[in-house]
Design a protein around this ligand. Sequence first.
Ligand code: K8D
Length: 641
Amino acid sequence: MSQDNQHGRWTISSSDDDDDIPPSNTATSHSPTLTDSNRNSHMPVPLASSKEARTATPPPPAPAYGVKTEPHPVQVNPAPSPLVTVSEARQAAHAGQLNPVKYESPPPPSGKRKREPDESGWALSDSDDDDGGDDVKVKGESSGSGQRGAPPGMRPPSPKAKKPKVEKNERPPSPHGRTYYIDEPDDFYETSIPCLNDTYRLYLNKVTGLDRKYNTGALHIRDILSPLFGTLKESVQFNYCFDISWMVQQYPPEFRDRPVLLVHGDKREAKAHLLQQAQPFPHVRFCQAKLDIAFGTHHTKMMLLWYEEGFRVVILTSNLIRADWYQKTQGLWMSPLFPRLPKGSASCDGESPTFFKRDLLEYLASYRAPEFSDWIQRIEEHDLSETRVYLIGSSPGRYLGSDMERWGHLRLRKLLYEHSHPIPDEENWPVVGQFSSIGSMGLDKSKWLAGEFQRTLTTIGKSSHRADPPIHLVYPSVEDVRNSLEGYPAGGSLPYSIQTAQKQLWLHSYFHRWKAEATGRSHAMPHIKTYMRASPDFSELAWFLITSANLSKAAWGALEKNSTQVMVRSYELGVLFIPAAFNMSSFPVQKNQFPATSSSAAFPVPFDLPPKHYSSTDQPWIWNIPYSQAPDTHGNIWVPS
Ligand code: K8D
């Protein structure tokens, strides 16, 4: 079908009015179209139109959802929306243009050049998708591509040499080369206990290329795993996307062979590939999370770190792939070091005022995984009483009665009902939601967003009267992505599809730009997800949540059967900050985030408030339509197949 709409003229071949396909799946659908040994970009690929583009043009960063151990990327095409059948997804992927296309001014309509299929030697396989579109995903290349100059605002690459890693039976180099990423400078990682604000224990990731000051108080995965935080004995990594050899490299050499349990949701070919990645690493074991409901995904991102000195939990938003720790805005909560309880303590000892211990154990129990039994026992043996945040998880299932409040937005609603307090002028305290993917929310706002989800977000204490405050949704526009450090390829981690977007144009009236001057991250596209309630002038917060949950019914749950049950498709995890747990009545918003101090009571909101509404010409980023009218920061355009 062909259509003229506000996204421009664009043709899609799939049926886009199939309402039977689970809606929220776009937020959780990266369709796998993978080679046997590379699972790569889940994104449309910027195309090169000229020889210079091949050789001199900086290639796009590795796609976000990558798992790959080889030094060259395979480009595959975007996961079509769930409304596109898997076979269509395959076709789309196969038809893909695999090179960056250099922007030419003015760009000729045929200015893109398709790469010959055999030019790179990449054989795209279509065999890696799940049944019937279930859990459709494309995991991105994780360790691709060619060196490029520093975009504006970036520091030059360090001269450190790349280690050559060449494997037998290697394919020819990808057009993105094997040195895409600039190296982090030598002073990028912490060598002594960093100055971290330990009031909220909420941190951003370090962004490669930012001015130093913007990375102070931020953490790279290597920092998190460093001996500065504890002498590691064993760990668990919950995540969606893994590059196992990269992950292993992030552990300090002295801990590198300590047992690691990977908790994932992959099935069939994807699972086989994941297990295969771990062949060289016998200390890596697996736990496959059950995903019995179609279109569910294992999004939860959590580390359990067991040390000589105790135990620690990290809840985060980054996949375990290099691209996710490179030039995106990500966030994490790091628990205090939990000491071991005295021998003979009861398993419920060491509880926090927020019941974090009980809730973490309940979340783990929901996997019904025998692999967790040692960990459950270890957690029981520790004192988690210093925790001030509330845990909010999603675990797939259909829940009735009081079980409805265990997960997702009804869990958030219950916590806000019980632990937040009514505020004067409540109807003027906006709700802000910020995310990196969007599911299908129905034909109008009443279907889910303004109905059940808004009711949750506007719950504050036990007051029965509920006002209808403004709702601001923060999601990058096309210009935000185009001008980002990664350029258009950043859009590979913002998988909002045209098929979903065109059915809910009503949603876009809520949209606000991604802007983060205060953190220096305006050009580092968000993969973080946050939700909060702010005062009318945005100087205070009534609560704040960081989570893996995007704006989707799959993540947050949707009521069914006349609201007598809730259905949750995916695993998600986040932490909720409520002022009362910090002996405060509201959180003051931190205005100027730098220099960071170790004990500020000002709350580090990761983007600028108030949010800035889209202008009449701004468009939300949609990942599977072309953007060829203007070049990105690397001189490329974006032409999905
Ligand atoms: C993720 C199933 C995914 C869709 C969106 C996201 C996201 C992820 C996976 N595909 O977080 O934006 O876990 O990174």
